[in-house]
Design a protein around this ligand. Structure first.
Ligand SMILES: [Zn+2]
Ligand SMILES: [Zn+2]
Ligand SMILES: [Zn+2]
Length: 277
């Protein structure tokens, strides 16, 4: 399974144009990996996780086309993960000469309401609708998908993390979420992951309920290991960083590496290989 990180920043991105915190000022001055677009991850070449407001600059910067996209998996309806107006650009009037495959979009009810309320059309954008709720699973020709209740966007209640199996490896996509509730840990006992994408939104800030700081990132990783869902060999990738929680990519990378994980940056590609249990 190949992963391409299109964006690795939280809602405001880094640098936020409206902020002069140390993280933003450093990113403005130094550019490169310090700059983080809003989060999205491409799985192989045919499945995208989340469709935020930076999809277009990300694809342009990385020389990527999404013409081969067959599946779109959406975690929740926050603006940094789902942008209706940009997704409408898949419609026929905006790509006259290009034939696209039908794209299965898998998302919870609040994402679908946002899509409908803001004028999205399944038929217009070539979308096959699959509604998913936390604790459900579904089969696609190339993937098995299972959803977990994320500890996030709690006043709405349908934010999800996903388990993605492409037949060769199994990935846990754990963003956005705070430390999981106990029922989720019970579900995870039956799984073994070759890789985990784990958020670190509020890395150097005090702990929060709906995002992970450094301490909770470590608690999640340790708990996954203690229930046998990962081993020390499993690749754990940290992502979804807020400008107010980092100073530089270099320091963040060192801090993440200290916990045996890899720090994602925009444009990073990783080939996930099966890990022996
Ligand atoms: Zn987010
Ligand atoms: Zn800032
Ligand atoms: Zn969110």
């Amino acid at each position: 399974m190949k992963l391409t990180f299109l964006g690795t920043g939280a809602a405001e991105g880094i640098p936020s144009p409206f902020c002069d915190c140390p993280g933003c000022e450093y990113a403005r001055a130094h550019g490169g990996r310090n700059v983080r677009r809003r989060q999205s991850v491409l799985v192989n070449d045919d499945m995208l996780i989340d469709f935020g407001p930076d999809i277009f600059p990300s694809c342009a910067a990385l020389g990527l086309s999404l013409c081969g996209l067959k599946h779109l998996l959406v975690t929740h309806s926050h603006a940094d993960h789902f942008n209706v107006d940009h997704l409408k650009m898949r419609s026929r009037p905006f790509r006259l000469s290009t034939e696209l495959p039908e794209m299965t979009m898998i998302a919870g009810p609040s994402v679908w309401s946002k899509w409908s309320e803001l004028g999205g059309s399944d038929q217009g954008a070539g979308i096959r609708r699959r509604i998913i709720l936390p604790r459900q699973s579904l089969e696609l020709p190339e993937y098995s998908i299972a959803s977990l209740a994320a500890c996030h966007h709690l006043q709405i209640g349908d934010a999800m993390n996903y388990i993605i199996d492409d037949g060769t490896v199994k990935l846990l996509y754990a963003s956005d979420s705070g430390y999981y509730d106990e029922p989720v840990w019970k579900e995870l006992q039956n799984h073994y992951f070759d890789a985990v994408i784990l958020e670190g939104t509020i890395w150097n800030r005090p702990a929060g309920r709906e995002h992970l700081n450094e301490g909770d990132f470590v608690r999640m990783k340790d708990r996954l290991r203690s229930i046998g869902a990962i081993t020390d060999e499993t690749l754990v990738i940290a992502t979804h960083f807020s400008h107010q929680s980092v100073d530089s990519h270099e320091n963040l990378e060192k801090s993440v590496a200290w916990h045996g994980a890899r720090c994602a940056y925009d444009g990073m590609t990783v080939e996930i290989v099966p890990v022996k249990k």
